[in-house]
Design a protein around this ligand. Structure first.
Ligand code: DX5
Length: 227
């Protein structure tokens, strides 16, 4: 049975109370917290600088990962690690020298992961799977929360899961999905092979609260992989 993790995006959180918000996510039972870092160039939105993440760090012990939706991840990597992120996720589309970028992140003491936009084939990461602990397959076009899940990414998730297995890296490389993950979509994503599931809107819109949302998503993902 694959290890399932629920990773909230703090994009829908109240940015005026980020410390309380990350503490609430920990109390709700999340496995990690994803910070959607956007530079207004790689994606048409602007979000968290390293100081914002650093200010929230002391309010929780849950691992932080920075999803760097930025054009210049090499220039920013050290600052986000110093801010308290244990993992950096760079976009293959933003890295001219992806192999070097991933190695640099590891040499800085963080875990290195790579993300693929919906149109980017998994061949873009075929020669760096030995350098990452996770591949993020975007199930929306990045930049905003609350978008429609792109179900046509499921064959891509299956193909990546097969590629990871063929390389003998099943225990070393996770598959994360991000975008439109909620009660109606998480089973299909997990059943296709994703084991780290990012959710933003689905967590914050649950009328029964964060803990219920996290437990419900986790149960649905486990049920999908148990069959
Ligand atoms: C897109 C963002 C969103 C966010 C999750 O750039 O990365 O995918 O994390 O958004 P929801 O869960 O609301 O689709």
């Amino acid at each position: 049975m694959p290890r399932i993790e629920i990773a909230p995006s703090v994009l829908p959180a109240d940015f005026a109370r980020l410390g309380e918000e990350v503490a609430a996510l920990e109390a709700a039972g999340v496995d990690r917290i994803q910070w959607d870092v956007m530079d207004g160039q790689f994606v048409p939105n602007l979000t968290f600088g390293p100081d914002v993440i650093a200010s929230a760090r002391k309010y929780t012990t849950v691992p932080f990962e920075a999803h760097l939706m930025v054009l210049t991840p090499d220039q920013m990597a050290a600052e986000y690690i110093d801010a308290g992120c244990q993992r950096l996720i760079v976009h293959a589309e933003a890295c001219v020298h992806l192999h070097r970028t991933l190695g640099n992140i590891t040499s800085l003491g963080a875990k290195a992961s790579v993300a693929l936009n919906p149109a980017t084939p998994i061949s873009a990461v075929a020669h760096v799977l030995d350098l990452v602990d996770m591949v993020l397959i975007m199930t929306v076009n990045p930049g905003f929360g609350g978008q429609q899940y792109i179900a046509s990414m499921e064959p891509k998730i299956r193909a990546l899961r097969a590629l990871i297995a063929a390389e003998g890296l099943t225990d070393a490389v996770d598959i994360e999905v991000d975008g439109g993950i909620g009660p109606a979509t998480i089973a299909a994503a997990a059943g296709a092979g994703a084991n780290i599931l990012v959710a933003g809107s689905a967590l914050y819109r649950d009328p029964e609260g964060l803990a219920h949302a996290v437990a419900d998503l986790r149960a649905r993902a486990h049920a999908a992989v148990a069959t």
